[in-house]
Design a protein. Structure first.
Lengths: 291, 385
C-alpha cells in the first residue's frame, strides 16, 4: 500500500475529482472536518468498500457527494434515521453521518436523541458553525445568545443546545467536541469514534465566515479561529478551575465552551442486544421443539 | 398608496405584516428564506408587533400556527417544497380543525434529484388536505391575495386555511413594482379577527376530540360546503378589492382574450403570466386563442371551466405530474367537462424541475394543438428520453 503523506495525496485517494470544485466558501471549516475524517480513516487503514456515508441537508451534508464511497444524501434532519436502516440491513458496514448543527440538533433532534439512547453503532460527525449556512445564515439551535442571524437581526435570545451534554446524558459510548483549529486531537477522536461500537458523536466547531462570521464581526477567518481559542476551554481545565479556582477565575470561564472527550465507555448497543435476544429466542424455540 | 419595488418574498412579508397577524412561526427553506427574513426585519424595525418564532422545523411551524389560531389569533407562515411536505399531517389537522391560517408556499421541486427550481408538485400533492389553494402570477397578485386570503379564510361561511402559491425565483426572487395601500386602508378592509370558537378559560372548548363515524362524515361534508361557499366569496372579495384599490386579478380564473376564442389555454402560476405574451402573438397571427389562468386549484373552478369547454377546445399546461396518471390540472379539467361538453382537451407536461417555459414554447404548444398534432397527454420538449 502506498503511504499517504500529504493532503494532496489524501484527496486524490479518497475524493471524487469530478465533483471539484466544492461548494464551500473560502475559509469554511467543513473541508477541514472532512480532511480530519479522511486522515483518521487512512490511519485506521479502513476498506472504503465497507464504509457508507449518510447525510441530511446543509453545506456540511454535502460531504458524502465528494467522497469516493457509497453515500446517501437524504432529507433535512433525517440522516440518522436513514443510517439506522443501513446499519440494520447490513451491520458489517461502518456507517458515518455528516450533519450540521441545524440538521442534527434542530429539525433532526429527535432522531439524534433516539439513536444515542439506543446506542446504535453509528458515528455522527456534526459540524457546528452556529448557523444554517446553506440557506444563507438563519439562526440555529446552537447559536450563542446575542449572535446575529438573518432570522434574528436583533440578536439571538434563545439558549443554545449543548449537544455533547445531551449525548453524554443519553449514554452514548463516545462523545467529543473539538474546534477545527486544533489539528491533532480531532483526528485522534475521529479514530476513536469510528472504532467504537455503539453510538459516537464528534462535534466540530467549524467556521462559517460567510453566513455567520460576517454578521458577527468575525468575517475575517483569523478572527474566527481566535474566537475559538478565546471561547473554548479543555474539560479538564474547566473542572480544575470550577473545583479549586477562586470566584473571579470561575466567573471568567463560566460561559466558555468545553472541549475534549466527554465520554468514552463500552455499553452494548442496540444491534448487539438484539442479536443476543434473537439467539436466546431461537435457542428456546429449537429446544422447545425437541421436547 | 406607495410603490414598493421588491421581490415576491419581500412583498409577501410586507403583506403579511400589514395584515397584523399575532403569531408567525416559521422555518427557513430555499427559496422561501427571504420571506421569513423579511418578517424578522420588520420585528427589528418595530413594524411587526406580533410574536415571531424561529421554530425548529416546518412541522413545528404548522403546529404552532394551529395552537395560536385555536387560541383565537390571526396567524401566518411560509414554506416551500420539502417544508410543505413535512407539514402534511398538520395541513390536514389545520383544515379539519377549521382554523383560518394563511400560508405562502413557494413552489419548488421535490427531491431526491436535489433541485431548488420551480415545480408545482409540492403543493399539488397537498390538494386533498382541505386547504384553499391560490396560484399567483405577479408580485402584485401575491400582495393582494395575501390580504384577501385572511378575509376569505376568516369568513364564518368558509373557515378553511389558505395556501398562496407562487413559483420559486421567477416570482420569489424577482423584483417588480407593487402598489402598497396605506395601513389604515388594509385595516378597514380586513376587520379584526374575532373567532366565534377559541380556547378560552372562561368558556372552555376542546379542539380535536374523539368523534364517531356519522359525525365525522358531517364534518367532512361541512368542509365541502364551505369550499363551495368560498367559490362564491372569492369573486365577491375580488370585486370589493377592485372597488377600493382598483386592482383585479380575476376570480377563480383570470380570463385573457377569451372573447371569440376557439381554443383556450389553461395554465397556473408563472406559466399563466408568460402565456399572455404567447396569446398576444398568436392573436396577431390571426389564431383564435385565449387564456384562462387558473387562480384557485382548490376550490376547483368546475363551473367556469365547463363554460369554457362549451365555447372552445382546451389546452392545458401542467408544471406537475401525478405519476401513474397525468398532469393534475389536465385530469380535473376533463372531469369538469365530463358528459357535458364535446370539447377536445390537450394536455402538456412542461417545466418540471424548473425547466424554462418561455412564451415561444407556449406558442408552439398551442399551435401543435390547433394543428391537431398533440397527443392525449404529452411531455413537451422532453430531452433525450
Ligand atoms: C424540510 C426542510 N426544511 C428546510 C430545508 C432548508 N434547509 C436546507 S439546509 C438548512 C439548514 C442547514 O443548516 P445546518 O444543518 O446547520 O448545516 P450548514 O449548512 O450550516 O452546514 C435548511 C433549513 C430543507 N432542505 N428541508
Ligand atoms: S455558507 Fe458557511 S457553511 Fe456554507 S460553505 Fe460557505 S462558509 Fe461553509
Amino acid at each position: 500500500m502506498v503511504e499517504i503523506k500529504t493532503a494532496e495525496e489524501l484527496n486524490k485517494k479518497y475524493l471524487r475529482e469530478g465533483m471539484w470544485p466544492t461548494i464551500f466558501c473560502n475559509g469554511c471549516g467543513i473541508g477541514v472536518v472532512l480532511e480530519y475524517t479522511l486522515w483518521a480513516i487512512e490511519e485506521l487503514g479502513w476498506d472504503m468498500d465497507k464504509v457508507v456515508f449518510a447525510s441530511g441537508i446543509g453545506c456540511s451534508s454535502r460531504l458524502p457527494g465528494y467522497i469516493n464511497a457509497d453515500g446517501l444524501h437524504t432529507t433535512h434532519g433525517r440522516a440518522i434515521a436513514f443510517a439506522t436502516g443501513i446499519k440494520a440491513a447490513n451491520p458489517d458496514l461502518n456507517v458515518v453521518i455528516f450533519t450540521g448543527d441545524g440538521d442534527c440538533s434542530g429539525i433532526g433532534g429527535n432522531h439524534f436523541i433516539h439513536a444515542a439512547r439506543r446506542n446504535i453503532d453509528l458515528t455522527v460527525i456534526m459540524v457546528n458553525n452556529f448557523v444554517y449556512g446553506m440557506t444563507g445564515g438563519q439562526s440555529s439551535p446552537t447559536a450563542p445568545i446575542g449572535s446575529v442571524a438573518t432570522t434574528a437581526p436583533y440578536g439571538n435570545i434563545e439558549h443554545p443546545f449543548d449537544i455533547c451534554g445531551i449525548a453524554k446524558a443519553l449514554g452514548a459510548n463516545y462523545v467529543a467536541r473539538w474546534p477545527v483549529s486544533h489539528p491533532y486531537q480531532p483526528i485522534k477522536s475521529v479514530k476513536e469514534g469510528l472504532q467504537k461500537k455503539g453510538f459516537s458523536l464528534l462535534e466540530f466547531l467549524a467556521p462559517c465566515p460567510t453566513a455567520y462570521g460576517r454578521r458577527n464581526k468575525l468575517g475575517d477567518i483569523k478572527k474566527l479561529w481566535k474566537w475559538y481559542d478565546d471561547n473554548t476551554i479543555l474539560i479538564e481545565d474547566y473542572e480544575k478551575t470550577m473545583n479549586y479556582g477562586n470566584e473571579k477565575e470561575k466567573e471568567e470561564i463560566k460561559n466558555k465552551i468545553q472541549i475534549g472527550v466527554f465520554q468514552d465507555i463500552e455499553k452494548s448497543g442496540f444491534f448487539e442486544e438484539y442479536e443476543k435476544l434473537m439467539m436466546m429466542l431461537q435457542e428456546k424455540k429449537t429446544t422447545g421443539e425437541k421436547k | 398608496m406607495t410603490i414598493m419595488i421588491d421581490t415576491g418574498n419581500y412583498i409577501a412579508a410586507k403583506a403579511a405584516v400589514m395584515a397584523r397577524p399575532a403569531v408567525v412561526p416559521a422555518y427557513p427553506i430555499t427559496p422561501q428564506t427571504t420571506l421569513v427574513e423579511g418578517i424578522a426585519n420588520y420585528v427589528k424595525t418595530g413594524e411587526f408587533k406580533g410574536e415571531y418564532i424561529c421554530v425548529e422545523s416546518e412541522h413545528s411551524a404548522m403546529c404552532a400556527c394551529i395552537g395560536a389560531s385555536a387560541a383565537g389569533v390571526r396567524t401566518f407562515t411560509g414554506t416551500s417544497s420539502h417544508g410543505l411536505l413535512l407539514m402534511h399531517e398538520m395541513l390536514h389537522w389545520a383544515a379539519l380543525a377549521r382554523l383560518p391560517i394563511v400560508m405562502c408556499n413557494i413552489n419548488r421541486t421535490v427531491g431526491p434529484g436535489w433541485n431548488i427550481w420551480p415545480d408545482e408538485n409540492d403543493s399539488i400533492s397537498q390538494r386533498d388536505t382541505g386547504w384553499i389553494q391560490f396560484y399567483c402570477s405577479s408580485n402584485q397578485e401575491i400582495f393582494d391575495t395575501v390580504i384577501q386570503a385572511f378575509k376569505l379564510a376568516e369568513n364564518e361561511k368558509v373557515l378553511l386555511p389558505v395556501m398562496i402559491n407562487y413559483n420559486a425565483f421567477i416570482l420569489s426572487h424577482t423584483s417588480m413594482p407593487v402598489e402598497i395601500p396605506k395601513q389604515k386602508e388594509i385595516d378597514d378592509f380586513l376587520s379584526k379577527y374575532k373567532p366565534r370558537w377559541k380556547l378560552d378559560v372562561d368558556n372552555p372548548i376542546t379542539f380535536g376530540n374523539i368523534i364517531l363515524p356519522a359525525d365525522y362524515e358531517k364534518i367532512r361534508k361541512d368542509m365541502q360546503n364551505s369550499s363551495e361557499n368560498a367559490k362564491k366569496l372569492i369573486p365577491e372579495i375580488a370585486k370589493e378589492w377592485k372597488k377600493i384599490f382598483g386592482r383585479y386579478h380575476g376570480d377563480l380564473i383570470e380570463k385573457y382574450r377569451c372573447d371569440g376564442a376557439e381554443y383556450i389555454l389553461l395554465a397556473m402560476g408563472a406559466i399563466g403570466a408568460e402565456s399572455k405574451v404567447a396569446i398576444d402573438n398568436l392573436r396577431k397571427e390571426g389564431l383564435k386563442v385565449g387564456l384562462a389562468r387558473v387562480r384557485t386549484f382548490r376550490p376547483f373552478p368546475k363551473e367556469e371551466i365547463l363554460k369554457l369547454g362549451k365555447q372552445a377546445d382546451l389546452i392545458v399546461i401542467d408544471r406537475n405530474i401525478s405519476v401513474g396518471s397525468e398532469g393534475a390540472l389536465f385530469s380535473e379539467v376533463k372531469a369538469a367537462l365530463y358528459d357535458k361538453s364535446d370539447a377536445k382537451v390537450y394536455g402538456f407536461i412542461a417545466g418540471l424541475g424548473g425547466k424554462d417555459v418561455p412564451y415561444t414554447d407556449i406558442e408552439k404548444i398551442c399551435k401543435k394543438s390547433i394543428n391537431g398534432k398533440a397527443k392525449d397527454c404529452e411531455w413537451y420538449n422532453l430531452e433525450g428520453v
